[in-house]
Unconditional design. Structure first.
Length: 213
């Protein structure tokens, strides 16, 4: 669920402005889930724009504080949310850890990097939710380490039913700055996308798990 419509509109505007939204229906992107998609939202690009990463940082910090107060620790989901998670932790004056998709194979074999104590409250920062699988694996690792996971915040969600179900089943609260519906509406109204691209996206959105196969 988005925090509010103003933030969702602003987030969409900024992502479009920096060309973080990539469309390539002829040569679809492969997502982390294995799904094929005509669209890719590359939130990593926001880190390269100081004003935009500052906006995201401030919005996250404000909403985390409103929703959860100050947790003991901010966690970022690797790798996409290490940068922005660290910025949020810094502005909130909080410790930071990041969570790998799986334990590292050499060295200390950590999945969670940084200092985390059992019983500490944690808010998890993610860059993007498609199915939610990557994010929820990070939550699982944090819980196994004894963390008290308060909830998750992300820059963007596609809002797929499967992600809503996955978060509900895991009992994890998710709030995002932006979402697909708001982005699409703005992209159409500002003519960032052509009629043909809009038709492709409408078709894709009906069955994103099997599109392009
Ligand atoms: O909701 P999901 O279906 O799990 O997909 C979303 C995940 O995919 C991306 O990560 P990716 O695996 O591409 O790795 P990266 O963060 O290292 O770029 C993104 O950063 C999310 O973590
Ligand atoms: O599902 C993914 O892997 C994914 C989709 C997307 O739009 N952006 C991204 O960074 N990852």
């Amino acid at each position: 669920m988005i925090f509010n419509t103003d933030t969702a509109k602003k987030t969409a505007e900024l992502l479009l402005q920096i060309n973080a939204i990539k469309l390539n229906p002829k040569n679809p992107f492969t997502w982390a889930s294995g799904w094929k998609s005509p669209i890719y939202c590359d939130n990593r690009i926001t880190l390269s724009f100081p004003q935009i990463r500052n906006y995201i940082r401030e919005e996250f910090a404000k909403h985390i504080e409103n929703e959860y107060g100050k947790p003991d620790v901010i966690a970022g989901v690797a790798t996409g949310a290490i940068g922005i998670g660290m910025l949020v932790a810094d502005v909130m004056g909080l410790p930071f850890v990041y969570v790998r998709p799986e334990p590292k194979k050499h060295g200390r074999q950590n999945q969670i990097e940084g200092h985390l104590q059992e019983g500490q409250s944690v808010v998890v920062v993610e860059d993007l939710i498609s199915t939610g699988k990557s994010s929820l694996m990070a939550v699982e690792a944090l819980k196994e380490a004894g963390a008290n996971v308060k909830g998750m915040v992300a820059i963007f969600t596609y809002g797929f039913d499967v992600s809503v179900e996955n978060f509900n089943n895991a009992g994890v609260k998710l709030n995002t700055l932006g979402n697909y519906d708001t982005l699409l509406e703005l992209a159409v109204s500002k003519q960032y996308i052509t009629e043909e691209e809009h038709d492709t996206l409408k078709e894709w959105r009906k069955t994103p798990d099997t599109w392009g196969q």
